[in-house]
Write a protein that binds this ligand. Structure first.
Ligand code: GCU
Length: 430
């Protein structure tokens, strides 16, 4: 078995134990020299230790095996029970945003266990495009109305404060428009579809009493099993419901649906793309621990810390790896590999050390052999690229100055990456 030995630590093991074994107080490691030695699982070694040496073996055995491990040990298993859903198109206004856009308001009604969960979707499509539009799909943190000041966007039915679950007054219209520069994205020929993550599952630990989970409980079940989906799993499932709708919409290019997410929603975008191959590409922005960052590096946020602060995000099995990262049967480079051979862009920010930019880059680098086995290039950079020197290979990487955020300039990079890796089979609108 080929192994990757990364980073050496000069400190003695007694000190290491003291640093990593104590839950309180937590002081994140931001020192590259203190990253412990570790060995990553090789994505191309099968369960029996043999080498995965063909695209066919990857597709038929290794990929399903890794997906199952991520499901059972980390994000939780997404239910496969059949469910009913229907779509309501409330409006399709081709005069939105001063006539430059078509705005569609859709509700995806999901039914299960006698309950209906309404998921409200906001879509903007560029009017200058005559062909079906490629589209970025992403969840938002505070409600669809925060993505743009457009007064026609309905407020969410209910907004919950992350963490506490307190019901709160919705933020102002357009409060998050810096993260969703709609006009800029449309000018590049892409549409945008977004949904409030709290519609799918509010972001707090309520033992899964609300949100989508109870729709899938077995008769008599009121608690999740240790390997069943957490909130990130539910959000990823919601992203797939958006694709279900988009597949029915002739104005969308069904071959170019790109999932994008920031931070916790970046972890979600990666898990959604890993499971649902209808996503043609993925963009992870500062997804950090549980997203693109390698867990074994324990740089910035750690498995123990994320499970403690956000006990509902992952399945209960993931807690077995608190301060025990080396026991994980997977690491995050394999989540990137599960997107192969589809393009994936990993973005970091210099000040966002909590998300471990170097760990995010390395997961892209170490996913590369899987992409190459499937006949496409992996990450074109061997060393971490300089600030603002994006690499647009099939696994792309970009780090910029600044903080944990999504900026309009980041969207230029997302669009460049998509232009490069998902060229249109139609005439370009530009
Ligand atoms: C916290 C959390 C991160 C997460 C981020 C976010 O910082 O520790 O894991 O990515 O919130 O979603 O904004």
């Amino acid at each position: 078995m080929r192994s990757y030995i990364l980073a050496t630590m000069l400190l003695g093991s007694t000190f290491v134990t003291n640093v990593w074994a104590q839950p309180q107080p937590f002081s994140p490691n931001y020192d590259e020299d203190k990253v412990p030695k570790f060995e990553l699982p090789d994505p191309l070694v099968a369960a029996d230790g043999s080498r995965v040496d063909s695209a066919d073996a990857w597709r038929s055995e290794q990929r399903p095996r890794l997906l199952k491990l991520f499901a059972e040990q980390m994000f939780g298993i997404t239910p496969t029970t059949p469910f009913q859903q229907h779509f309501t198109l409330h409006s399709a206004d081709d005069q939105a945003l001063d006539g430059t856009a078509t705005r569609k308001l859709v509700t995806i009604n999901v039914q299960g266990n006698g309950r209906t969960l309404p998921l409200d979707l906001l879509i903007y499509l560029p009017n200058k495009t005559r062909q079906p539009a490629p589209i970025f799909v992403g969840l938002n943190f505070e409600g669809n109305h925060t993505a743009h000041a457009d007064p026609e966007i309905p407020f969410p039915r209910q907004v919950y404060k992350s963490g506490s679950g307190e019901k709160i007054v919705p933020a102002a219209r357009g409060a998050q428009s810096g993260r969703w520069p709609v006009e800029q994205i449309l000018a590049r020929g892409y549409g945008v579809a977004t949904m409030y993550c709290g519609d799918i599952d509010p972001d707090f630990d309520d033992q899964f009493a609300n949100g989508v989970h109870p729709l899938f409980y077995e008769p008599g079940q009121s608690q999740l099993h240790d390997d069943q989906w957490g909130t990130i799993g539910a959000w990823a499932w919601g992203l797939s419901r958006i694709v279900d709708y988009l597949m029915t919409d002739a104005d969308i290019d069904h071959e170019r649906i790109i999932v994008m997410g920031h931070s916790r929603l970046g972890k979600t975008a990666m898990w959604a793309a890993a499971q649902d191959e209808r996503f043609a590409a993925a963009v992870s922005n500062s997804s950090g621990c549980g997203g693109a960052a390698l867990s074994r590096r324990r740089f910035g946020e750690t498995v123990q810390r994320i499970n403690q602060n956000f006990p509902h995000w992952f399945c209960r099995n993931f807690k077995k790896y608190n301060n025990n990262e080396d026991a994980l049967p997977i690491d995050q480079h394999e989540l990137v590999a599960l997107v192969a051979p589809r393009p994936i862009l990993i973005c970091s920010a210099v000040n966002d050390r909590w998300a471990d930019p170097r760990g995010e880059f390395l997961s892209g680098k170490y996913a590369s052999p899987v992409f190459r086995l499937l006949g496409v290039e992996g990450m074109a950079a061997d060393e971490m690229p300089a600030v603002d020197a994006p690499v647009y290979s099939r696994i792309g990487y970009r780090i910029r100055e600044g903080d944990h955020q999504v900026l309009p300039g980041d969207w230029s990079i997302f669009c460049d990456f998509a232009d490069h890796n998902l060229p249109s089979s139609h005439c370009s609108p530009q």
